[in-house]
Structures are given as structure tokens and as C-alpha cells.
Design a protein around this ligand. Structure first.
Ligand code: ADE
Ligand code: ZN
Length: 336
């Protein structure tokens, strides 16, 4: 099964590009840019990755992102992720970036988006990985700051498929960003939002009804609300679930307690993703394998997870179908 999982064609729909910054690259970029890190060594960085909740992670994640200064840094970061994704047989990826983490430090929006975009183009040409880019607003900052960020994005709208919402969830409900998301949709962007990771099921309702999202990022706390489960099932709203992240940030005590298999068995459109792979102990295949080992996923579960992800992409229907056909060929030819 593990070989079957590793070689299976897949799509990744929930990956923060800043969360793919491995300690080795963090140190190399700190050196290149003359940035002082609060860590003496790569081992010290890794040892600091013990989190108690989402906020304890975000504090370290934003500190690490301070080494990203120049367009080439964003290119190198994105390229390193794409090479890992290729190794995991990712055929299509939809990447989040957090421009406010950088513009707040004086790095121009254009520097960030150009570096990421250039790497994504190169990834399509030389690795055969197609991609979409999603701009996330930091929900701990104001709605006005999010609106200003959206306006900065408009000249680059050809490179950005949609907008999302991330950072500290508790106390920052989706409703805070209703106007920003209205404007984003009127400008032609699709919408997604982190909801029901640490926050209550009500935040998932708000994301659906106020922000009109096409997918929910995480969404695992939907399990507390039977009516919400029914809505997500009926409308086949994709949930971009991140198993290793949820265990590292103590949403679940251990992988055996994760509800991914239960949600899948209820008929929800669950997908598997890595979130912040450099911080949470692995990329997409590591997430599939950890969930498989702890929960006893069957071959049909694993195939369904990949099928769900291809259907949940923001690709057009014919591009989705090509990927689904590739998956069907893989399943048909696989000896497992
Ligand atoms: N930013 C990066 N990873 C995140 C997560 N898991 N939840 C909220 N914001 C994030
Ligand atoms: Zn996330």
C-alpha cells in the first residue's frame, strides 16, 4: 500500500509556500540576505518545532519567513517545494501565499508574487506540474488591511486564481471579511477559507454563507454539527484536510484519533494535504502514509482521496478529466 500511495498521481490543495521553508534553506537565505536568526544551528531550529496550538506555531512560522527578502528567495522557496512535490507524484498543486507577512516588513507585493509565479511556470515546463496560486489574507490583521492587499493584487490577477483566509482562527470569524470577499468575487477570484481547524463549526457556516467559499481548508470540526455535515455532504464541499498538521497543533491528540476516515466514510469530499510541511514533519506522501498507518485506510479510501482532490481543483473540467483518467490508468495497471 505504501508504494501504491507514493506512486499514485495526486493533487495538493492546501500548502502554504512559506510553510515549506526547510531549516537548511532558512539558514542559506539568512546568510545571503544578512538576516540574523534567533537560532544558532539547523538542529536548534528543528528542536524549536514543538507546538502547543496554532498560535505557538504561527509565532515561529512568521519569524522564519523574515529571511525571505528578494524575488530570487521566493523563487528558490517555491522551486524547492515543487521538486519535493514532483518526488511525491503531485501532478497539480494550488499554493497559498501570505503577502502581508512580507509587505508588513517592507518587501513589495510584486517581489513576492513574481518570484513565486516564475517558479510555478518553470515547474510546469520542466517538472510537468500544473498549478494555481491563492492569495491568503491574514485574519489577525484588519479587514481594511486585507482590502488594501486585494487592491495590490489586481495588477497580477492573471497569476492568481483565488483568495483565502489564514492565520489565527479563534476570535477572527469569517464574517470580519465579508466585504473583502464580496469585492474579491466581483473581481473574478474564487474563494476559500481556513475554518473549523481550531474554530467552531459556526465559522464553517460563515465561510460558506458569507464568504461563498468553494472549499473549506481543514474543516475537521464540522463533525460537531450534524446539520453542517449534511450540508457539506450534499453539496460535496471539498475539505482540504492536513493530518500531520492537526496532530502537531494538537487539534487531535494522536493520528489514531483523527477523523479523516470517519468523514470520508460519511461521504464528504475529503482531501489530504501537507499545510506547512517543513514544520509538521512531512510532505503530502508522508501525510497519506501517516493517516493510512494510523487509521487503516483501504486502497479504495486512498484512491477516493486523490479523486476528490482532482475534482476539487480550480482547473477546468477537461484538465480535471485528464488527471482523473491518469489516476484511473494508474489504478488499473497497479499490481496492488
Ligand atoms: N498559516 C499557515 N498554516 C496555517 C494553518 N494551519 N492555519 C492557519 N493559518 C496558517
Ligand atoms: Zn493552512
Amino acid at each position: 500500500m505504501e508504494t501504491f500511495i507514493r506512486n499514485m498521481p495526486k493533487a495538493e490543495l492546501h500548502i502554504h509556500i512559506e510553510g515549506s521553508l526547510e531549516p537548511e534553506l532558512m539558514f542559506a537565505l539568512a546568510h545571503r540576505n544578512g538576516v540574523r536568526l534567533p537560532f544558532a544551528s539547523i538542529d536548534e531550529v528543528r528542536n524549536a518545532y514543538h507546538f502547543t496550538d496554532l498560535q505557538s506555531f504561527l509565532d515561529i512560522y512568521y519569524a522564519g519567513a523574515a529571511v525571505l527578502r528578494q524575488e530570487q528567495d521566493f523563487y528558490d522557496l517555491t522551486w524547492a517545494y515543487l521538486e519535493r512535490a514532483r518526488g511525491d507524484n503531485v501532478r497539480h498543486t494550488e499554493i497559498f501565499f501570505d503577502p502581508q507577512t512580507h509587505t508588513e516588513r517592507g518587501v513589495p507585493f510584486e517581489t513576492v508574487v513574481t518570484g513565486v509565479h516564475r517558479a510555478l511556470q518553470q515547474g510546469e515546463r520542466t517538472l510537468g506540474i500544473t498549478s494555481n496560486l491563492i492569495l491568503c489574507f491574514l485574519r489577525h490583521l484588519s479587514a481594511e488591511a486585507a482590502m488594501a492587499t486585494l487592491e495590490q493584487a489586481l495588477p497580477f490577477r492573471e497569476w492568481i486564481v483565488g483568495v483565502g483566509l489564514d492565520s489565527s482562527e479563534r476570535g477572527h470569524p469569517p464574517a470580519k471579511f465579508t466585504n473583502v470577499f464580496d469585492r474579491a468575487r466581483s473581481e473574478g477570484f474564487v474563494t476559500v477559507a481556513h475554518a473549523g481547524e481550531e474554530g467552531p463549526p459556526d465559522y464553517i457556516w460563515q465561510a460558506l454563507d458569507l464568504l461563498k467559499v468553494s472549499r473549506i481548508d481543514h474543516g475537521v470540526r464540522c463533525e460537531e454539527d450534524a446539520q453542517l455535515i449534511e450540508r457539506l455532504r450534499r453539496q460535496q464541499v471539498p475539505l482540504t484536510v492536513c493530518p500531520l498538521s492537526n496532530v502537531k497543533l494538537r487539534v487531535f491528540e494522536h493520528m489514531g484519533a483523527h477523523n479523516l476516515k470517519r468523514l470520508l466514510n460519511l461521504g464528504l469530499c475529503v482531501t489530504v494535504n501537507s499545510d506547512d510541511p517543513a514544520y509538521f514533519g512531512g510532505y503530502i506522501n508522508d501525510n497519506f502514509i501517516a493517516a493510512h498507518q494510523a487509521l487503516g485506510l483501504h486502497r479504495d479510501h486512498v484512491i477516493q482521496l486523490s479523486r476528490n482532490a482532482f475534482r476539487a481543483t480550480f482547473l477546468d473540467v477537461s484538465a480535471q478529466q485528464q488527471l482523473l483518467d491518469e489516476l484511473a490508468r494508474y489504478v488499473g495497471e497497479s499490481p496492488y
